[in-house]
Design a protein around this ligand. Structure first.
Ligand code: FEO
Ligand code: CA
Ligand code: CA
Length: 558
């Protein structure tokens, strides 16, 4: 079957399934999937000893493509579950634009019927047409309506096709008109205009599911919409929490800081405190973690949400390997130092900064500057962060940063001291690097499957796709990177998206029979809506491309 180490790479990589991979590895003399670091380890892998009976990684990798299609490996297919402007409920609410994060919540334990929570990150020319200096009131209304989130009810029909159930009592929109309760240090603080509630969420990028089955949704590039709509921008740029099954539960947790939030990854420290990892998707921005003051108590269910209002916010200092506190005391200490000099990225004199930072509310509201002041390391667009369910290491996509030549990005892996998410010190490695050698560029969202494979979508910007050094990668894709075994660290392409899209929000049903995935901004370079550069998903009679969530089927489970 497999003769030697020089075997055809693609052929070998198609044997990713647990049994087959072990067999292939053994016959190739590459060692087995025992999960221990060895001299041959490509990374500082230390205890991947997991056992699983699922083999979501079993597929024949595809080639990069520039076709205007969503291409999947042989044997896989997809259903368009919900597309931009589809009606989602009996009230006639519409699915938003810019689909991003997805989370699936089984109804009564079902893997074939549940609630799908989808983020809507931003709008484009197919919604609002050309924009002048200012948006018209109608354009502003649409901007606020079509961003935010959708809760939809989805199910598989008798033929196995995933569909929307528009009769659902849960289906609803959460958007620029929805009211939220603030929690944490900025609530009622001067920094946000002394309010305890705010109206609206938008720029909802990626997110995360909490241990108590609610969704955290992250407000990323909020500034433009806030400016167009003349809104107080300190009310945006937070982490939002919603309960898909309860339309009245709507919070913004200010203790987690205000910045260009990408996503959240939640875990538990050894002593029972809740830990939330977060990236700030901006060039030269930082990686954060929040550690709650109180401890998680499973019996309290959603009551654990209160843990997110009080705790310590930390920023990663990659040079010292320390998590530095982003607190008013730490900021004041730095500012009051005799030899204070503002770090790069922080504007203002010592006096101006002392004026700006007086309370923890000021610190969380102006989080990026506070983080730089206390020693946070500026990094290369930290996007999705995920905690490995197998060994508590933390994977972070650093998408790219052309400010200093990181063109293809990399995936950083953090090892917390004592393998404890509550630690204040850590070490790290570059787990995988984008570029020709790996076959992917600009990693963005991440998801683990139960086999320990990391699913990675890429975000080469629409303006750069299929040009210059990005040419060989063609359209954005979805890759699978095993975190152990003979193919550890290698990127296998699972999907290629239509023209000018990025794919976002990969999320498996609990049985891993279905993968939900968003196709965001196909045809983004279009300048004349009558001449779209993509027509995906090629619906009959349609004249524009539509961003959509698809359900991918065909996984062979062992
Ligand atoms: Fe919204 Fe950072 O991608
Ligand atoms: Ca993203
Ligand atoms: Ca992105």
């Amino acid at each position: 079957m497999i003769e030697n180490k020089q075997m055809n790479r693609r052929k070998f990589l198609s044997y990713l399934g647990t049994g087959a991979a072990a067999l292939a590895a053994a016959s190739a003399g590459l060692g087995t999937l025992e999960g221990k670091a060895s001299a041959a380890s490509k990374t500082a892998d230390h205890l991947f000893g997991f056992k699983t009976n699922r083999v979501t990684g079993f597929f024949e990798p595809i080639e990069a493509s520039d076709a205007d299609q969503l291409i999947l490996p042989n044997g896989y297919s997809y259903d368009v579950v919900a597309a931009f402007d589809d009606v989602i409920n009996q009230a006639g609410d519409k699915f938003g634009q810019g689909a991003d994060y997805n989370a699936f919540f089984p109804i009564k334990g079902s893997n074939t019927r549940g609630l799908l929570v989808t983020n809507h990150e931003y709008t484009n020319i197919f919604l609002h047409g050309p924009i002048g200096d200012k948006m018209t009131p109608a354009q502003i209304h649409n901007e606020l309506y079509y961003q935010g989130m959708s809760v939809t009810e989805v199910y598989q029909d008798e033929n196995g096709t995933w569909k929307l159930d528009t009769t659902s009592k849960y289906a609803r929109r959460i958007n620029g008109f929805t009211k939220f309760e603030l929690t944490g240090p900025a609530k009622n603080s001067k920094a946000v205009g002394s309010v305890s509630t705010v109206t609206g969420t938008f720029a909802n990028c990626s997110g995360g599911v909490t241990l108590w089955n609610t969704v955290m949704s992250c407000e990323e590039n909020f500034a433009e919409t806030a400016a167009y709509a003349s809104l107080n921008d300190t009310h945006y740029g937070w982490v939002v929490e919603i309960d898909p099954f309860d339309s009245k539960f709507l919070r913004k947790h200010t203790a987690l800081g205000r910045f260009n939030h990408e996503n959240t990854a939640m875990g538990i420290a050894k002593d029972g405190r809740i830990v939330v990892y977060m990236g700030d998707d901006k060039k030269d921005a930082c990686v954060y973690k929040f550690v709650s003051k109180g401890k998680y108590d499973a019996a309290k269910g959603r009551g654990n949400s209160n843990l997110l209002s009080e705790g310590t916010l930390y920023v990663a200092n990659l040079k010292s390997g320390k998590w530095s506190e982003v607190s008013i005391d730490a900021v004041k200490k730095v500012l009051n130092h005799d030899k204070f000099k503002a770090p790069s990225g922080v504007k203002g004199t010592k006096e101006e900064l002392l004026q700006k930072f007086q309370t923890q509310g000021d610190v969380v509201t102006n989080c990026h500057e506070a983080a730089l002041l206390v020693g946070g390391t500026p990094t290369d667009r930290p996007e999705d962060v995920e905690i490995s369910p197998f060994d508590n290491t933390i994977f972070i996509c650093h998408t790219n940063n052309d400010n200093h030549g990181n063109i293809h990005g990399h995936i950083t892996r953090i090892f917390e001291a004592d393998n404890d998410l509550g630690s204040t010190s850590f070490d790290f490695e570059i787990f995988a690097a984008g570029g020709r050698q790996s076959g992917f560029s600009s990693p963005d969202n991440l998801a683990f499957d139960s086999n320990g494979n990391l699913w990675v979508v890429t975000d080469i910007s629409s303006g750069s796709l299929n040009k210059g050094v990005y040419t060989s990668f063609k359209n954005n894709g979805l890759f699978v990177i095993p975190t152990s075994g003979p193919s550890q660290g290698e990127a296998l392409q699972f999907a290629s998206g239509p023209r000018e899209c990025e794919m976002t929000g990969p999320f498996f049903t609990p049985d891993e029979h279905t993968l939900f995935l968003s196709v965001q901004h196909p045809g983004e370079n279009t300048t004349d809506v009558n001449k779209p550069t993509s027509m995906w998903p090629h619906r009959k009679g349609d004249k524009i491309p539509r961003e959509a969530v698809v359900a991918i089927r065909g996984f062979k489970l062992g």
